[in-house]
Design a protein around this ligand. Structure first.
Ligand SMILES: Cc1ncc(C[n+]2csc(CCOP(=O)(O)OP(=O)(O)O)c2C)c(N)n1
Length: 587
């Protein structure tokens, strides 16, 4: 834990067991594009190989489409060595004869590809055997025949942590037997017996090692303490890909660009998303796009139809159904210089990938002390309002707004959808970009000229004097309808603010408006309890209490599980009516 040196290609040790494996597969996916002969060596323990995301990552790396006729542009296997450090224990559990059904984890490799994957079991107590195995696997990867699997058979002499006395789960005899084949001692003996080193040479070498370790310890102990003022300094990077290096500007189209129909200057929200993707993929070869069923089929909601035909399968491809591998590989690819955009069919499935989104994508810029940036976009559609029920219609942005390190945007119009997606693709922070399925067909003006919409700038969608309605996503349209009705039925002038991005958040525009109107209702399709609406309401009360003429109220979905029946869903989700009724209680 807490070790990372990106200057030497070390992509960070992970405190989440197995959390590094999709990142490794993604970094190797990136190397397929960068074509610099690099190979990723991914260390994970025997315990990690029971974790779903690890197996999903091996499956992701082993996809045939990277080497068969589908890869006509560039057939080349993902160059990653999955190196299983089999020390036979997780924390305390035994991987052999207890928590797995195999005595050699390398057997698992056979299940992932018709060629069984290149796999070896190696005596990890023999330095040269381990070295040779890794060289063989690296060579295999460099020839484009990856991925590979190496199980290193070894041992951990000490406990998992300092508080682990080991006696509950193994014997001293067992430990001593392994110490008898200690790799460092065995290597010394090998060198001495072959005449590659004499006793004096060995003593010099050992002294050099001791001194190097002492220097490192002294450097650590005497390093400057962090400045308390810097506590959140590296949470976000301020950089963006404003310029594209020349070598990444050489975009090869393999076919016609998709036809995007503008009628009287208007596009649908769906086409605005597509146009943003097309423009950014034409601008920068580092932008690649993948997800479930996004290629030939164009995505479950057809937002990406035609991208495959234009950019080829090298840059647009389908993935296995593994949200964790989709997001995790994007983290790895982003770390080594690509700018992946990935799609999650429904936002509910982001929970399948929550480690990769929340603990990995969001954290690495900060945890690495700003050594690395993670420029990726996760597009996810929100199914609320279509009768898809409890597992396909959740509005979950509040969960992810609670994760520091992520940006979170949720456009409500075609204009915002395009401008925000282009900004998201150029930004060097990880961005969760939400799309409402209800809005895909909604039309709105979208200029042909290039434009970007900056994050953290709310949009006043309607000016008003008497009450402020703060909303985001599809609820913006309910708020606008409510504002019309308040005006026509009661002569009340409501201001409607669309936050557009929740992180970063433009509270200033909201506060300014509330200072003017003295009243506020916060609206979204989130269920009320624990939602981001509470954050807005409490910030208003903290910051501009003296200006308020009434409590800040919230209109969200009912505090329940999204029902499947249309009748129930109509009651469950907030509507313009609910906003009008709520607003009237404070007018
Ligand atoms: C996802 C997750 N679950 C549990 C833990 C707690 N934990 C830390 S290390 C460890 C055992 C890991 O075993 P293995 O993968 O074999 O690696 P080893 O420590 O033996 O090198 C566990 C359970 C964790 N850090 N992350």
């Amino acid at each position: 834990m807490h070790i990372a040196d990106f200057t030497v290609g070390h992509l960070g040790a992970n405190a989440i067991v197995g959390g590094n494996v999709p990142i490794a597969a993604g970094a190797a996916l990136g190397l397929r594009y960068l074509r610099n002969g690099g190979v990723v060596c991914c260390f994970a323990g025997d315990g990690a190989y029971s974790n779903g995301v690890v197996l999903e990552s091996v499956n992701f790396a082993a996809q045939e489409q990277f080497t068969n006729e589908l890869a006509s542009g560039h057939p080349f296997g993902v160059p990653v060595i999955f190196l299983v450090v089999n020390n036979h224990y997780g924390m305390t559990h035994r991987s052999d004869n207890e928590v797995t059904g195999v005595s050699h984890l390398a057997r698992r490799a056979a299940g992932f590809a018709d060629n069984n994957l290149f796999a070896e079991v190696v005596n990890g107590m023999d330095v040269l055997a381990a070295r040779d195995a890794v060289l063989r696997a690296a060579e295999h990867c460099r020839e484009g025949r990856g991925p590979c699997f190496i199980e290193i058979n070894c041992y951990r002499y000490y406990g998992h942590s300092l508080s682990d006395p080991r006696n509950e789960y193994r014997t001293r005899e067992e430990e001593n037997a392994w110490r008898g084949v200690d790799p460092v001692n065995s290597f010394k003996k090998q060198m001495l017996s072959r005449g590659l080193l004499d006793d004096a040479g060995l003593a010099v070498l050992e002294e050099r090692v001791r001194q190097r370790n002492a220097r490192a310890a002294i450097r650590a102990a005497t390093s400057r303490d962090p400045d308390p003022q810097d506590v959140i300094k590296y949470m976000y990077t301020q950089t963006a890909a404003n310029e594209v290096p020349r070598k990444f500007q050489q975009v090869k189209l393999v076919g016609e660009l998709p036809v995007i129909k503008r009628v009287s200057g208007e596009l649908t929200y769906r086409d605005a998303i597509k146009e943003a993707l097309v423009e950014e993929m034409k601008r920068d070869t580092r932008v690649i796009f993948y997800g479930e069923d996004v290629a030939d089929y164009g995505g479950a909601f057809k937002a990406t139809k035609g991208l495959l035909e234009a950019f080829g399968r090298d840059r647009v491809f389908n993935t296995p159904i593994s949200e964790a591998a989709i997001c995790g590989t994007a983290v790895g690819a982003a770390m080594i210089g690509l700018r992946p955009v990935v799609e999650l069919m429904y936002m509910d499935f982001a929970l399948m990938a929550s480690d990769q989104i929340s603990n990995q994508a969001a954290k690495w810029h900060y945890m690495s002390g700003a050594q690395v940036e993670v420029p990726l976009v996760i597009r996810a559609s929100v199914g609320g309002g279509k009768g898809y029920g409890g597992q396909h219609s959740q509005t979950l942005e509040s969960i992810f707004a609670h994760i520091p390190g992520l940006y979170l945007v949720y456009p409500a119009t075609a204009y915002d959808a395009k401008g925000l997606l282009k900004s998201a693709i150029r930004d060097n922070n990880p961005v969760l970009y939400l799309e409402s399925q209800l809005l895909y067909g909604a039309k709105g003006p979208v200029p042909e000229e290039e434009y970007l919409i900056p994050f953290g700038v709310a949009d006043v969608k309607r000016q008003g004097q008497d009450i402020t309605l703060v909303a985001w996503g599809p609820a913006v349209h309910d708020a606008l309808q409510a504002a019309e009705r308040l005006q026509s039925e009661s002569g009340v002038s409501a201001e409607v603010i669309d936050l557009r991005s929740l992180v970063p958040l433009d509270m200033e525009t909201v506060l300014r408006s509330v200072q003017k109107t003295g009243r506020c209702v916060v609206v979204s399709q989130c269920i009320r309890i624990g939602s981001f609406m509470g954050e807005i309401a409490s910030t208003i009360q903290e910051e501009v209490f003296d200006y308020l003429d009434a409590p800040v109220l919230r209109v969200g979905a009912k505090n329940g599980i999204a029902p499947q029946s249309h009748i129930l869903e109509a009651v469950f989700l907030p509507k313009a009516d609910d906003i009008v009724t709520t607003a009237r209680t404070i007018l």
